[in-house]
Design a binder for this molecule. Structure first.
Ligand SMILES: [Zn+2]
Length: 373
């Protein structure tokens, strides 16, 4: 048995709307007082200093989960390689290969922190609506942590990610209708008292993505000049921003990197709202299924970052997404289509001569996630 270690008096999360503190003993997905989304707040805790801790546990205090819990939950997530490749656009890009995480995507970082928070609170069952990488990650880490995960997925969902969810022993309920119907079904359970381990809403999950920023600073020996990443629900970009902000505040006047979020032209609500000219790109849904999100949960927060000059958006057409995946594959990087959206944006950015080096692209998930796409 573990004896409970003393924990910090205040968690580093609060409601982004009314400022209510995140509770220590439950795992709400939104603010009980006003319904707002929880966010990290000012960097009140030290970024490092856990001595010999490795993996995500070295940032335990910043993440708001104890190091021994993170160690116990860990499947070896994080510590992914940063690999340089030359481009045809007059510059090099460093690729953060997140497909090498335990379940094949960056979502493992967030799931490790979120399940850690659940375990510390004695939570035995969680629900979530994802038939994608987030669902696969939650299923694996829930299995590791002895938490029962109940995933609501669209009836027609199939492929490697749903296979992973079932493989790790999560309960799967197939919901007829659209993706929204699966969310509705999960929310009904939440209304009945279930704990909603929503990857888009839970602040612990988003904090986990900040560890990408921490690792980049180590791997580059300083902050990157520009970081490009796909935009789905918005959690990855928000986590990166939080991480770089924490790093920059610890380094005096060193500026954080230019952050670039990339959406598919067929699903570009945030890019449009940010003033990007989005071309007509045929009909139907985008092939980049992981970022096929019409109303991103964290969209308002991302647009707030845009408004303050901390984030910009770019788009990729269907053709550019497929060509991007082929181009990356020819260089040895196997990624799913949702990851490949960044390649065209990297090309335009480097060709513009406006991007400050070093330029980093986040390759969010492994090619085997969508082998037949
Ligand atoms: Zn609130």
């Amino acid at each position: 048995m573990h004896s409970p270690a003393p924990r910090q008096p205040t968690l580093p999360y609060k409601c982004g709307h009314c400022g209510a503190a995140y509770p220590e003993t439950s795992l709400p997905w939104c603010c009980a007082r006003c319904g707002g989304l929880y966010r990290r707040w000012a960097d009140n805790v030290r970024l490092a200093g856990s001595g010999t801790a490795r993996g995500l546990a070295q940032w335990a205090e910043w993440l708001g989960v104890r190091a021994d819990t993170l160690d116990r939950i860990s499947l070896g997530e994080g510590g992914t390689p940063l690999v340089w490749t030359r481009t045809g656009w007059g510059g090099e890009v460093a690729l953060k290969v997140e497909g090498l995480n335990p379940t094949g995507s960056f979502k493992d970082r967030g799931a490790a922190v979120l399940v850690g928070a659940a375990v510390e609170r004695g939570i035995r069952t969680v629900v979530e609506d994802s038939s994608g990488n987030a669902g696969a990650a939650l299923a694996a880490y829930a299995a590791r942590g002895g938490v029962r995960a109940h995933l609501f997925v669209p009836e027609m969902a199939s492929g490697s990610k749903v296979f992973q969810i079932g493989l790790h022993g999560a309960d799967v309920t197939r919901v007829p209708g659209s993706r929204a119907a699966a969310t509705e079904a999960a929310r009904t359970e939440v209304d009945r008292g279930a704990v909603y381990a929503s990857h888009a809403h839970q602040p612990f999950q988003i904090a986990g993505y900040a560890t990408i920023a921490f690792e980049l600073a180590d791997q580059l020996g300083g902050l990157p000049g520009t970081v490009v990443a796909p935009a789905g629900q918005g959690g990855l970009l928000l986590g990166l921003w939080d991480g770089f902000r924490a790093l920059a505040s610890g380094r005096g006047r060193e500026a954080g990197p230019r952050l670039v979020g990339v959406q598919a032209a067929r699903c570009a609500t945030l890019a449009r709202a940010a003033g990007v000219a989005v071309p007509e790109d045929g009909g139907g849904p985008t092939c980049a299924e992981g970022i096929r999100v019409d109303r991103p949960v964290r969209g308002a927060e991302l647009l707030d970052l845009v408004h303050h000059g901390n984030l910009e958006f770019a788009i990729a057409t269907e053709r550019e997404i497929r060509e991007g995946r082929e181009e990356l594959a020819r260089r040895g990087f196997g990624v799913e289509l949702s990851s490949a959206v960044i390649w065209a944006a990297v090309g335009r950015g480097l060709a513009s001569g406006q991007w400050r080096p070093p330029v980093v692209g986040v390759l969010t998930a492994h090619a085997l996630k969508t082998p037949t796409a």
